[in-house]
Ligand binder design. Structure first.
Ligand SMILES: O=C(CO)[C@H](O)[C@H](O)COP(=O)(O)O
Ligand SMILES: [Co+2]
Length: 235
């Protein structure tokens, strides 16, 4: 299968549901090989964890810079870090397609979003499963992506949490439609499989992050195609 078409900075790669494999539990000692295995994805999801906001430590800006050199897939950076007000702009400066920070961690979320947009990145905001949708529902015009966490952030390989998250997605989709925010991406992250992808897309998600279900598969390209097929049949 051909690699996905590259997108214009700031624009969605296409109008359909985006498939964004997370490299969290992939072979990070072979970044080039890992990225080559997901060449048909729309974006590559990069989980940045600082060991403080979440009890796990992954990678930071220097490694993201190498990833940028190794692939033309747009990078979808998910920051699970404290003080995104200070650190998030660096990822936009590196050329990330989107930079998503946690609402729970930001001091001035709208200011961070404005800075990210001014640097040419799409501005994303993420909510942990227990964070109410009300924290962001009146602010959607300031963001390009809302990430609804469907596991507690920190680790891959967990079970999808459906309770509360389906309603959150429905509320976000309703409000985005009412406001004509057609370009806003609603992303789900955590425990996404073919089964849970259908639940998420039915509730309004149009970006699926999948780590384990792609990289534990013997054929990551087939796993990506499988998620796309489910999304297209539901969406
Ligand atoms: O943000 C994350 C964890 O905090 C990861 O993106 C997510 O968990 C992906 O892995 P999996 O599909 O295995 O759940
Ligand atoms: Co993530």
């Amino acid at each position: 299968m051909e690699p996905a078409a590259r997108c214009t900075p700031g624009r969605r790669p296409h109008a359909g549901v985006l498939i964004s494999p997370s490299i969290l539990n992939a072979d990070l000692g072979d970044l080039k090989g890992t990225l080559a295995r997901i060449a048909t994805a729309d974006t590559a999801h990069i989980d940045v964890m600082d060991g403080h906001f979440v009890p796990n430590l992954t990678l930071g800006a220097p490694v993201v810079q190498w990833i940028q050199r190794y692939t033309t897939i747009p990078l979808d950076v998910h920051l699970m870090i404290e003080d995104p007000d200070r650190w998030a702009p660096a990822y936009a400066e590196l050329g990330a397609w989107s930079v998503t920070f946690h609402m729970e961690a930001a001091t001035s979320p709208l200011s961070v979003a404005r800075t990210l947009r001014s640097l040419g990145a799409r501005a994303g905001v993420a909510l942990k499963p227990a964070t109410p949708v009300e924290t962001v529902i009146d602010l959607l015009e300031y963001f390009d992506q809302v990430l609804v966490m469907t596991v507690e952030p920190g680790f891959g390989g967990q079970q999808y949490i459906e309770a509360g998250t389906t309603r959150k997605l429905e509320r976000l989709r309703e409000r985005a439609s009412e406001q004509g925010l057609d370009d806003l991406v609603l992303q789900v992250d955590g425990g996404v499989t073919r089964h849970t992808a259908a639940i998420a897309v039915s509730a309004g998600a149009d970006s699926l992050v999948a780590g384990s279900s792609v990289f534990r598969s013997a054929d990551p390209a087939a796993a990506i195609a499988g998620l796309r097929e489910v999304a297209e049949s539901v969406g």
